[in-house]
Design a protein around this ligand. Structure first.
Ligand SMILES: *[C@@H]1O[C@H](CO)[C@@H](O)[C@H](O)[C@H]1NC(C)=O
Ligand SMILES: *[C@@H]1O[C@H](CO)[C@@H](O)[C@H](O)[C@H]1NC(C)=O
Length: 433
């Protein structure tokens, strides 16, 4: 069907459509640059660290004060309240990583903004998951014992030493991760009676108000639970990546039905208008409608999908049920009540072959026990570990434009965007003061 098959008005309309479409593409190019599920995603834009750089910088500055053995400021922490009155236990399992350790950032960024009361409500324990803990570059750092409540090694927890040594020798990181995660979780469960257990990997950074936000969110979750809005729950996610929140292939029937509906609506509207309004008869000819319904509209639908789901439906701020597609175990707050069953399941899964990843085991337990999983949006934590030994590589070197990044693209775009405004406000306050 040649373009000059159409009359002047029709050609005008089709040309306008082409121009409009072109502009829509340009808009998508900018609007979807940070949506990892979009065709228009640009890694240099999406993975650009902003707020997390600021947090790393300021929290390490805070920590450096505790890094001198001579002049340690009195710690406004611990022993203010007895250990059995803790609100949350923060358990961090740390291993040796290639290139760089981020344990200092993790510990510093969860502590640097806390008031003395908030700090006293937390127990922070770090498990050095190495048979020889002194191999870990941070093990004998001065700041460690100055800010952390419990520095743990395999000797302090009930670790299967022989098995672990074997796994280290065989470099079986997957199975060792399962054991380490269980030991870290168990240690928090045993050593405190905190109702919330926050398990962090050793390469995350927290936003400034993570504690208030998280505690408010968990109260909300408990309210929902009391009113039966949700089922019993296993964890509240403090970190998620948008990467897996795109269009889901299992929803294709829904997407297809909507598309067919839209095309049919368009065709019906065209034919109806043609019948009712005489003046349109010369424009809405059969061939013209054919082009509109089977070419122009499908192209728009395609563009809609290419732009990405998160672009169209960004997650609202607040707490959400996220029983599917929530990725990664970087930062999870567990409900103490459901931890024993999870620990048991971990122990069982350690011997199952093929070995599952930590987050898969947690998801499977939630599925078995029919527990809800929730997430706070935007993420309270960012994953800043650039590399890990989980990647099977011969050698490690810095790659890409940024030093601060999430390995495998495990990164929260929302984290970088959400708190930037706080940052601007703070700078303005600094400026005016
Ligand atoms: C603490 O001091 C050690 C040794 O001087 C140094 O390597 C490390 O980077 C310091 N850490 C922080 C957080 O200041
Ligand atoms: C940590 O231990 C190593 C090896 O024993 C030593 O060289 C280093 O000075 C120690 N660092 C600190 C901060 O104590």
């Amino acid at each position: 069907m040649a373009f000059n098959h159409f009359n002047r008005k029709q050609r005008l309309l089709l040309s306008s459509y082409a121009i409009l479409f072109f502009f829509l593409i340009i808009i998508c190019h900018f609007r979807s640059a940070r949506d990892p599920g979009s065709f228009f995603f640009q890694p240099t834009e999406g993975y650009r660290p902003g707020y997390s750089l600021q947090r790393i910088h300021e929290s390490l500055e805070w920590l450096s004060v505790f890094n001198r053995s001579d002049n340690v400021p009195p710690r406004p922490v611990s022993h203010v309240s007895p250990p059995r009155e803790k609100t949350a236990c923060v358990g961090i399992v740390t291993v040796k990583r290639p290139l760089q350790q981020d344990l200092d950032t993790t510990v510093a960024s969860i502590l640097d903004t806390l008031s003395p009361e908030q700090r006293a409500a937390l127990t922070v324990q770090v498990l050095f998951a190495l048979s020889k803990p002194s191999d870990h570059p941070d093990y004998n750092q001065t700041w460690l014992s100055n800010v952390v409540d419990h520095v743990l090694t395999y000797d302090d927890v009930d670790a299967p030493g022989y098995i672990i040594m074997n796994l280290e020798k065989k470099n079986n990181i997957k199975k060792k991760s399962l054991i380490d995660y269980r030991l870290g979780l168990q240690a928090c469960y045993d050593m405190t009676d905190a109702p919330w257990i926050i398990m962090l990997e050793d390469d995350v950074v927290a936003q400034r108000n993570w504690y208030e936000h998280t505690m408010r969110s968990v109260q909300q979750v408990e309210d929902w639970r009391r009113h039966d809005t949700i089922k019993d729950w296993l964890y509240l996610r403090l970190f998620y990546t948008e990467k897996f929140l795109g269009w889901n292939s299992e929803n294709w029937p829904i997407y297809l039905s909507w598309s067919v509906l839209l095309v049919s609506l368009c065709a019906s509207a065209g034919m109806y208008t043609r019948r009712k309004i005489r003046a349109t008869q010369g424009i809405l000819t059969n061939s013209f409608l054919l082009v509109v319904c089977f070419f122009c509209v499908p192209l728009l639908i395609t563009l809609f999908f290419l732009a990405g789901r998160v672009t169209w439906y960004p997650m609202q701020d607040g707490v959400h049920v996220m029983n599917a597609h929530g990725c990664c175990s970087q930062a999870l707050l567990f409900n103490r009540e459901n931890v024993p069953a999870l620990l048991e399941y971990f122990e069982h899964m350690e011997d199952v072959i093929p070995t599952k990843a930590v987050d898969s085991v947690i998801e499977m337990q939630a599925g078995r026990a029919e527990l809800d999983r929730l997430a706070i949006s935007p993420s309270q934590m960012q994953h800043v570990g650039a590399v890990s030994y989980k990647e099977k590589k011969k050698s490690w070197k810095w790659e890409g434009p940024y030093r601060v990044k999430g390995a495998h693209g495990v990164w929260s775009m929302g984290f970088e965007q959400a708190y930037e405004m706080d940052m601007d406000r703070l700078f303005q306050m600094d400026g005016s003061a």
